[in-house]
Design a protein around this ligand. Structure first.
Ligand code: 0O2
Length: 207
């Protein structure tokens, strides 16, 4: 266990730093009185048990985990509208404190399960006592609607280990379709929503 702790220490640091930095994007927009594409940010280090299971399912030897498993450090950015995803990606690609090494577009290419999200794999340097350690981290960018679906599906996946009864599978597909339509509808009235949000923020700040 001590070995895992040592191995995961730079990942923990990376996740904490990335969370602070990406949350900072939202504060910058707010300071400039602009609608933020970032709604909220969450981050986690993959639990040891999940690392072991994934490594065994994908045949990744333990001494290749660093380059073979991208999501040991995981950050998730939630946004309101589908178009925000590209705005956030562009900002991350422009940053000098991390380097995008791979992109996976599950928004344009919905997974068979119904999963939608945009994944950026970034290389991020962490300063440790021993020097600079380069960490791979996965940044998942998704709308609130995509996140709702993925969270529910992830929970059910645990229960059924991916072998869904046909009725549940159908319901999940219907729910994925509904989430997609919700994103479309919200995009149609985006300006209306953002005007209302600006009005609300202004009123709240006057109190
Ligand atoms: P966790 O930590 O439990 O979320 P692959 O597509 O199989 O070659 P890989 O390595 O799985 O590649 O990476 P990918 O496709 O970028 O997906 C990694 C993560 O995306 C998953 O992590 C999930 O968080 C999310 N994800 C991908 N597909 C689905 C899906 O069908 N449903 C849900 N709910 N989430 C998905 P893990 O490994 O599941 O771990």
């Amino acid at each position: 266990m001590e070995q895992w702790e040592k191995f995961l220490a730079p990942y923990k640091q990376a996740v904490e730093e990335l969370k602070v930095k990406l949350k900072g994007m939202r504060q910058d927009y707010e300071l400039n009185r602009q609608s933020s594409p970032v709604e909220f940010v969450t981050a986690r280090v993959k639990p040891v048990q999940s690392i072991i299971e994934k490594a065994s399912a994908r045949n990744i030897p333990y001494d290749r985990l660093q380059e073979g498993m991208y999501d040991i450090a995981g950050v998730r950015i939630m946004c309101q509208f589908v178009d925000d995803i590209e705005v956030i990606c562009a900002q991350i690609r422009n940053r000098t404190d991390m380097r995008v090494v791979e992109e996976r577009d599950y928004v344009a290419n919905t997974k068979e399960s119904g999963y939608r999200s945009y994944h950026l794999i970034v290389e991020y340097p962490v300063e440790r006592l021993s020097g600079t350690v380069s960490i791979l981290a996965e940044i998942q960018i998704r709308t609130l609607s995509m996140n709702f679906w993925a969270t529910i599906e992830h929970t059910l996946n645990y229960k059924y280990s991916g072998e869904y009864p046909p009725e549940i599978k159908k319901r999940l597909q219907n729910a994925a379709e509904a989430a997609y339509l919700l994103d479309q509808e919200m995009s149609e009235i985006r300006e209306e929503i953002q005007d209302a949000q600006k009005y609300y923020t202004k009123k709240r700040n006057m109190r």
